[in-house]
Design a protein around this ligand. Structure first.
Ligand code: FE2
Ligand code: FE2
Length: 304
């Protein structure tokens, strides 16, 4: 069965859709040879190429911003935190996700497993000794199985797209910010101040993020007692938190450990974005290596 995601997996089109931005990024990133065009020959993240798609992205964020409330996130974390949906290995989940094609991500026309392995293999080339980072590349998007019927078939706005804190004011740097005006939390004095229910330097670990594949995969990894380092869990949990790692917002909530981990997330993000190109991966050839990493850092079967 093929599950079509007709919305993008992130929406940083604001501020990052021009060729010169891509050039700048290429200079910033030492070592990793990044293609300047994606599979379709366009520069990355260029939603203007198809205005129709742009419309879809905007509608997606409207629904997302209206519905991601503090209470909604709390309910989702409780329900999915039970991990009573499925039992399977990490690799089985990769294969399940292989049925999912993100149709509207303008940079991606290949199955998800190719994106996962492209990300992992690109990191492996430049950071051969950081095996935990290779595995993080492989698993970072596995939470997208939330779209699958066996996980409740959640709507796209509750699975993909940029993430951001709930329980405090929505920062202006969040894509399509104006739609938060229709979110009940926007008018709730408990949730609409700079700190809201949080305090300065409380640590992102104590902050509730909008619900999606990032937070879910973090829960799965943590509750199944992964031995991955905290930087890996940080990457998995915040890779769609563009307001933080692209715009530098919400730093007032970070603690010392977050500051350290953010450095790794910034490295990771370049590979997540730029590995979506026509570098075909021989899955069977690299599979034994990734199976050995899975065995090192995860139990044979996980609760999902
Ligand atoms: Fe993702
Ligand atoms: Fe990704």
């Amino acid at each position: 069965m093929t599950i079509l995601i007709d919305q993008p997996d992130f929406g940083i089109e604001a501020g990052f859709n021009k060729a010169d931005d891509v050039e700048k990024e290429a200079v910033l990133n030492g070592g990793f040879m990044m293609p300047h065009t994606n599979s379709f020959g366009h520069t990355f993240r260029d939603y203007h190429v198809e205005s129709e798609r742009q419309q879809g992205v905007e509608n997606f964020y409207r629904t997302n911003h209206i519905n991601q409330t503090y209470d909604f996130v709390k309910r989702m974390r409780e329900e999915y935190g039970n991990l009573d949906k499925v039992e399977m290995s990490i690799w089985e989940c990769c294969e399940l996700l292989n049925d999912v094609v993100d149709e509207s991500d303008p940079d991606l026309d290949e199955p998800q497993i190719e994106h996962l392995l492209q990300t992992a293999e690109a990191i492996r080339k430049d950071y051969p000794d950081e095996d935990w980072l290779h595995l993080t590349g492989l698993i970072h998007d596995l939470g997208k199985v939330l779209l699958h019927p066996s996980f409740g078939g959640l709507p796209q706005w509750a699975v993909v797209g940029d993430t951001y804190p709930v329980g405090c004011a929505f920062d202006k740097s969040i894509v399509h910010h104006k739609y938060f005006e229709e979110n009940p939390d926007y008018h709730n004095p408990a949730y609409n101040t700079k700190y809201g229910v949080y305090s300065e330097g409380c640590g992102l670990n104590n902050v509730m993020m909008s619900w999606g594949h990032d937070d879910y995969m973090y829960l799965v990894a943590k509750e199944n007692d992964t031995t991955l380092p905290s930087a890996a869990l940080f990457i998995i949990r915040y890779h769609s938190f563009y307001a933080l790692h692209r715009s530098g917002s919400y730093k007032q909530l970070m603690n010392g450990e977050d500051v350290e981990n953010l450095k790794w997330l910034e490295i990771f993000n370049k590979y997540d974005l730029y590995s979506k190109s026509k570098v075909r991966i021989d899955v069977e050839k690299v599979k034994p290596y990734y199976l050995s990493l899975i065995e090192k850092y995860f139990p044979a079967k996980l609760r999902w």
